[in-house]
Design a protein. Structure first.
Length: 429
């Protein structure tokens, strides 16, 4: 029989894998010998499947199947038939192509929920490849469902640098309830707790049925496990009035009690049960130890031929790379006034991800670097500060982080001040 199969493969020109994939797709389509119907409740799509295939691939599906009565169908609360069909093809021995980032995110969530361990390595590779600011919360949600500590940590480290923008985006609505609660329990570098409140309210309304979206009571019930993570008592009185009261998530009487506690008014009634009692604001990056790395100056370096640069914008550091995730807070010239300092962060393909400018001594946007990022810093320096057109290679280290790149020589050199992100975020799943 094996020889016949081999001859058939040669005659058709198809590999054994291609034959297996055709058989798998055919079985899924026609449901031959199937002994179970699976229905996706949110899209009313059904599949005729085989219990043994699903049970061997997923302990979660095995448990659900074992709990079914005779002839009973399995109803799953899933809304992406494309992702579920992709997963079924894999379970039936196919190797389906991953056609989009959206599909990869949906499949990764399914793999995590049903614990299809054979797909974990591929999922983590997909997620790591598509992680950027525009996909941050979607990747974090999938990584949380997969319970992968390293990738969740990487997401939270990146979020430290852009929490205000990301939490104000529609991305927040993709999170599961547990993923959102876990996220709010960690350090977030935000301007105000109002950012968190708005994100929570947006998430709650998105997860309400259409006929309940205007109901404050329904919103409060949906957020009952999220509100304890929102530090409402750190809001200003104006934020409480314009954000909390206007949302309807608490009744007018409850909002009055919250406002009285916030202003420490005597005789304030008890706080609502779901209201967080913390009076301290969230830690910002400023609460963590700041390190600095020193780049050498011209006085201690043999100079190659070069002409002093005029008083105009020049590259101060080029091709800056690190071997561990950091956030650069500022750049200082020793004995030199640096003006109009800017940083451009690029990916390894040379695409600019974002830029930051120094205002009042710090970058207005946290400059987040990791081994897959490259940074260029420019500045204006006076002509007599020994600034040269020529860039010189350097390697330097501080706080266990190694920096390398090219830099221009100032008379006394310069310092990069930074935080190590792995010291700011620690995750236990």
């Amino acid at each position: 029989m094996e020889a016949e199969d081999s001859n058939f493969s040669i005659m058709t020109g198809d590999s054994e894998q291609e034959q297996q994939e055709r058989k798998g797709i055919s079985v899924i389509k026609n449901g031959k010998y199937s002994d179970l119907t699976i229905t996706l409740a949110e899209c009313s799509v059904s599949y005729k499947v085989h219990k043994i295939y699903l049970a061997l691939a997923s302990p979660v599906l095995e448990e659900l199947i074992d709990a079914l009565g005779w002839g009973q169908e399995l109803v799953l609360k899933e809304g992406s038939p494309e992702a579920f069909h992709w997963l079924l093809r894999f379970i039936y021995g196919c190797e389906p192509p991953m056609e989009s980032h959206k599909l990869a995110l949906s499949v990764a969530c399914l793999v995590g929920r049903y614990k299809v361990k054979a797909l974990y390595p591929a999922c983590l590779e997909w997620l790591d490849d598509i992680l950027e600011r525009d996909t941050l919360l979607e990747v974090y949600n999938a990584a949380y469902i997969l319970k992968n500590t390293l990738l969740v940590t990487k997401c939270l480290q990146l979020l430290l640098t852009c929490a205000d923008q990301v939490l104000a985006s529609p991305q927040v609505c993709c999170l599961s309830e547990d993923a959102l609660a876990f996220l709010l329990g960690h350090s977030l570098y935000i301007k105000s707790e109002a950012v968190i409140l708005k994100a929570a309210i947006a998430w709650g309304r998105e997860h309400l049925p259409p006929d309940q979206k205007a109901s404050g009571a329904a919103l409060h019930h949906r957020l009952r496990n999220i509100l304890p993570h929102v530090r409402i008592l750190t809001l200003t009185a104006e934020e409480i009035v314009k954000g909390l009261m206007a949302s309807g998530v608490y009744s007018p009487e409850e909002c009055q009690a919250i406002l009285m506690h916030r202003t420490q008014t005597p005789g304030a009634p008890p706080l609502p049960e779901t209201c967080c009692t913390l009076l301290t604001k969230r830690k910002s990056l400023d609460a963590f130890p700041l390190s600095h790395v020193r780049l050498p100056g011209a006085k201690n370096t043999p100079l190659l031929p070069g002409e002093p640069a005029p008083n105009q914008e020049r590259v101060l550091v080029s091709g800056l790379r690190v071997d561990a995730p950091v956030v650069v807070q500022r750049v200082e010239g020793r004995g030199v006034l640096l003006r109009e300092v800017t940083a451009a962060v690029k990916d390894t393909a040379g695409r600019t991800l974002y830029t930051a400018a120094m205002h009042e001594g710090v970058f207005d946007v946290p400059v987040a670097l990791d081994p897959e990022k490259v940074c260029t810093v420019t500045a204006k320096v006076r002509e007599d500060d020994w600034y040269y057109h020529t860039l010189y290679p350097f390697t330097a280290g501080a706080a266990g982080v190694h920096f390398k790149g090219e830099h221009a020589l100032l008379s006394e050199g310069c310092d990069l001040y930074f935080w190590r992100l792995d010291q700011c975020v620690r995750v236990e799943l």
